[in-house]
Design a protein around this ligand. Structure first.
Ligand SMILES: Nc1nc2c(ncn2[C@@H]2O[C@H](COP(=O)(O)OP(=O)(O)OP(=O)(O)O)[C@@H](O)[C@H]2O)c(=O)[nH]1
Length: 562
């Protein structure tokens, strides 16, 4: 059989099952020792609790690794002990004999387990990877757009406008040329006119024809002078995702293209798994990683806060019963740390008692998954909740107009980035930029057009800078950019290129064209060593840039009087 991810998944699963079996004699020995210490004359909560935990773990792990007989026997023993712990049953000699019988059954099962291991007939499962192929080629493809309009000037102009937003746009005037290009290299999306010399609906007709040969079809966005129902209907029937009236606003079109081309490009979800049984934790990690998520495992609840500090978890998957610190206790500890108040916590446990599940949820957890859980279901449940968490968090930390980090977040991120650069002895540059004469834009073209300009600038910054750069809306028409690992002169070259690119964007309002520029101030760490000094210096340099005539970037120097 060829080696592949599915194979290695099965191999790893097999190894985890083997490890579970290896540890089984030890666990059963512990159970025997604890049982021997129990007497009917006096109730001893400590060994009873420990014994309950051993059976509980065997029940859950047995189910997870497909040892059904182990699961069944441990489940009965666990249930008995639960009743004793809850005060519903007395620890009679009959009950102790029953527990010993369970240990014996489990010991016998352990001996016959070699056979069970040989008969590992568990079905393979096909997990859809959340992670998009992150190769450079894929990223380039995601930005490749074909634009087809029989008006050569318009095609050329719109193509250059859209390229200011980070897209590689190839303009085509003839439908035939477009079809040949699509067949040679399919783009991420097509921007298509409706009317051509070939016919009033030739645009949608061509797209419909092209897509019958393509799987999956290429997302398409139509544009036209026409606004009649027939044109819109033809566009929809051809699979059009959006319809823009001409004259087209490049910013709006770029936003639409973002939506069409960004599918699957999300950062993998970060999942922290807390389980005192390392094999079970590894098993969940393996399942989630097979679906493209990034995981960390903690077998010790005490380590969780430290792990969370540098692992930006979207969700915590938590065992319910753990020695020293139970799941609900750990959940409560986390909820008392301000940053983790909204962190989704899901228990995974073989606990089926609804009341106990409810009690565990009461401390502020978000869900309960009952073991054994099918890998597909584990992935779906985790994905759904992690996605919701991302959306909520994004609403909290992002500016609603531009989608960039908001004022508070950018301040917070600047502090973190500076501390990290201090530790790693790297440089950091902060650019504060501000749209020139923005009041005049609002006054002349109206507030909504002003908003479009801010959105355009936000997009230009977001798409043209590196993934590692942090971009935020500092307030009003002022933006902040944090760049790490480069000299201030290099940062100036980058900001100047952005400035020129932004200045070349044609904005349209009521048929009138206009351009905008921005000015910027740059300051660097370690020259300015604390966040407020750095911001103040960049702001002062921005102020000088405005006074120097605007549409330029100036650098702050600590020894120069500002
Ligand atoms: N459309 C829009 N305008 C905003 C927003 N936030 C702030 N503004 C406007 O931005 C303008 C800023 O104007 P000023 O601070 O006078 O500066 P300016 O006209 O850009 O001039 P210089 O910065 O000196 O080049 C004000 O008119 C604000 O109302 C926003 O979210 N949307």
């Amino acid at each position: 059989m060829p080696a592949g991810p599915q194979n290695s998944f099965q191999e790893r699963k097999q190894r985890l099952r083997a490890s579970f079996i290896e540890q089984l004699p030890d666990r059963l020995r512990q159970a025997r020792t604890l049982l021997a210490a129990l007497t009917t004359s006096e109730r001893q909560d400590e060994p009873l609790t420990q014994l309950h935990l051993i059976f509980h773990t065997l029940k859950g792990s047995g189910a997870s690794f497909g040892f059904n007989a182990i699961n069944a026997s441990a489940k009965e023993a666990e249930q008995t002990l639960r009743e004793v712990l809850d005060g519903d049953r007395h620890l009679s000699s009959h009950l102790l004999a029953d527990l010993r019988r369970h240990v014996q059954t489990l010991e016998e099962l352990e001996l016959s387990v070699d056979q069970a291991m040989a008969q590992d007939g568990h079905p393979c499962f096909n997990l859809q990877s959340q992670r998009a192929d992150s190769s450079e080629a894929t990223d380039a493809n995601r930005r490749l757009i074909y634009l087809c309009d029989d008006d050569a000037l318009l095609a050329q102009d719109l193509a250059s406008q859209l390229s200011c937003f980070g897209y590689e746009v190839r303009p085509y005037v003839a439908l035939e040329a477009l079809c040949e290009a699509v067949q040679a290299r399919p783009p991420a999306a097509i921007v298509m006119d409706i009317m051509f010399p070939e016919g009033r609906d030739a645009g949608p007709t061509t797209i419909a024809e092209l897509n019958t040969h393509l799987d999956p079809p290429i997302p398409c966005l139509f544009m036209s002078m026409r606004d009649d129902f027939q044109a819109r209907l033809r566009a929809v029937k051809a699979g059009g995702h959006a319809y823009c009236r001409k004259p087209v606003k490049a910013v709006e079109m770029a936003e639409l293209l973002d939506q069409l081309t960004s599918r699957g490009a999300t950062e993998p979800y970060h999942i922290l798994i807390v389980d005192d049984d390392p094999d079970v934790a590894q098993f969940y990690a393996m399942v989630l990683e097979s679906a493209g998520m990034t995981t960390r495992v903690a077998s010790e609840p005490a380590r969780v806060p430290a792990i969370l500090e540098d692992f930006d978890a979207d969700l915590v998957l938590m065992d319910l019963y753990m020695p020293k610190c139970s799941g609900p206790e750990l959940a409560r500890v986390l909820r008392q740390i301000p940053g983790y108040l909204g962190l989704p916590i899901i228990y995974v446990s073989s606990e089926t008692n609804a009341q106990r599940q409810f009690k565990a949820l009461e401390v502020g957890a978000d869900g309960f998954l009952t073991k054994p859980i099918e890998p597909e279901r584990l992935v779906t449940e985790v994905q759904l909740r992690a996605e919701r968490m991302r959306t909520l968090r994004s609403l909290m930390i992002r500016d609603s107009l531009t989608g960039l980090f908001n004022h508070n977040t950018i301040l917070q991120l600047l502090k973190v980035a500076m501390a990290s650069c201090q530790r790693t002895q790297r440089q950091l540059c902060l650019a504060m930029i501000d749209v020139d004469h923005f009041k005049a834009v609002n006054d002349t073209h109206g507030h909504p057009t002003g908003d479009q300009v801010l959105m355009a600038l936000g997009r230009t910054l977001r798409l043209r800078l590196r993934e590692s750069d942090i971009v935020g809306r500092y307030g009003g028409e002022e933006f902040a950019v944090i760049m790490t690992g480069l000299e201030v002169d290099q940062a100036k070259i980058i900001m100047d290129a952005l400035r020129e690119s932004f200045a070349s964007v044609n904005f349209l309002a009521d048929g009138r064209e206009f351009h905008c520029t921005f000015s910027g101030g740059l300051a660097a760490f370690p020259e300015y060593s604390d966040p407020s000094a750095l911001i103040e210096a960049a702001d002062a340099a921005l102020y000088r840039a405005k006074h120097a005539g605007r549409n330029c970037i100036l650098i702050a120097h600590p020894n120069t009087a500002q």
